[in-house]
Design a protein around this ligand. Structure first.
Ligand SMILES: Nc1ncnc2c1ncn2[C@@H]1O[C@H](COP(=O)(O)OP(=O)(O)OP(=O)(O)O)[C@@H](O)[C@H]1O
Length: 208
């Protein structure tokens, strides 16, 4: 499997955030996207996830059943944790496991893996910020998806959870998975490249 983007341009409102961006990410490799606030890291992830359309260019996942419409091959972890506050952690993860299909770890094993064993009966609303982020990471483990698109995955995680995340991410890459992660923090994801959007963005606004 291979994630290929060609000639990607991204426009938000009147601003052209980047243009002419090419990516070629093979299976078993990660891409770490860096750059100052507002340079378009989240916007790039949303384009790759198919949640927004590029102003120009194409994205495909070679080797997927539908290379040009590959949403079912993707785990997208955004800034928000995508967990319903009124459900328990166990119910929320169970919902995602049933919803996403292609089951991997059981809910209990995923909770255990991210250090939330014993907290599965608590409503998501009462979990701490770091515990919510751990629960969001557990979503990556309950369903098999080759491409992980992660926006600031270590936000709110303590040092041990950051190490835990790095281990999970490296294991995914070692299994032949692909990861694109936007971050301000150093991430060790195993075999990886870095894309600095700050170094390449166009600085001139374009007319809307
Ligand atoms: N819906 C929108 N309409 C207009 N502008 C937007 C919209 N969404 C984002 N932007 C702008 O696009 C730019 C890039 O935002 P984006 O969230 O992609 O940056 P980022 O590199 O992820 O930033 P950060 O490091 O702060 O998370 C910002 O200037 C932002 O204000």
């Amino acid at each position: 499997m291979r994630l290929v983007a060609e000639g990607l341009s991204c426009r938000r409102g009147a601003r052209l955030l980047f243009e002419g961006l090419d990516l070629d990410l093979p299976a078993g490799r990660a891409l770490v996207v860096t750059g100052p606030n507002g340079t378009g890291k989240s916007s790039l992830l949303r384009l790759l996830a198919g949640l927004a359309s590029p102003a120009a260019g194409t994205v495909r996942l070679e080797g997927a059943a539908e290379p040009d419409d590959f949403g079912t091959e993707v785990h997208y972890l955004g800034h928000l944790d995508a967990q319903k506050a009124s459900l328990t952690a166990r119910e929320s993860l169970g919902f995602w496991r049933a919803m996403l299909g292609r089951p991997a770890l059981t809910v209990e094993d995923a909770l255990e893996t991210v250090g939330l064993g014993g907290l599965g009966g608590l409503p998501v609303a009462v979990l701490s910020a770091g515990q919510k982020r751990r629960l969001a990471l557990a979503r990556l483990l309950v369903a098999e998806r080759p491409l992980w698109l992660l926006d600031e995955p270590t936000t709110a995680l303590d040092a041990s959870a950051q190490l835990l995340f790095a281990g999970l991410a490296r294991a995914h890459v070692n299994r032949g998975g692909l990861i694109v992660a936007a971050t301000h923090a150093p991430l060790d994801l195993g075999p990886s490249d870095t894309l600095d959007l700050g170094a390449r963005r166009p600085l001139n606004p374009v007319a809307a």
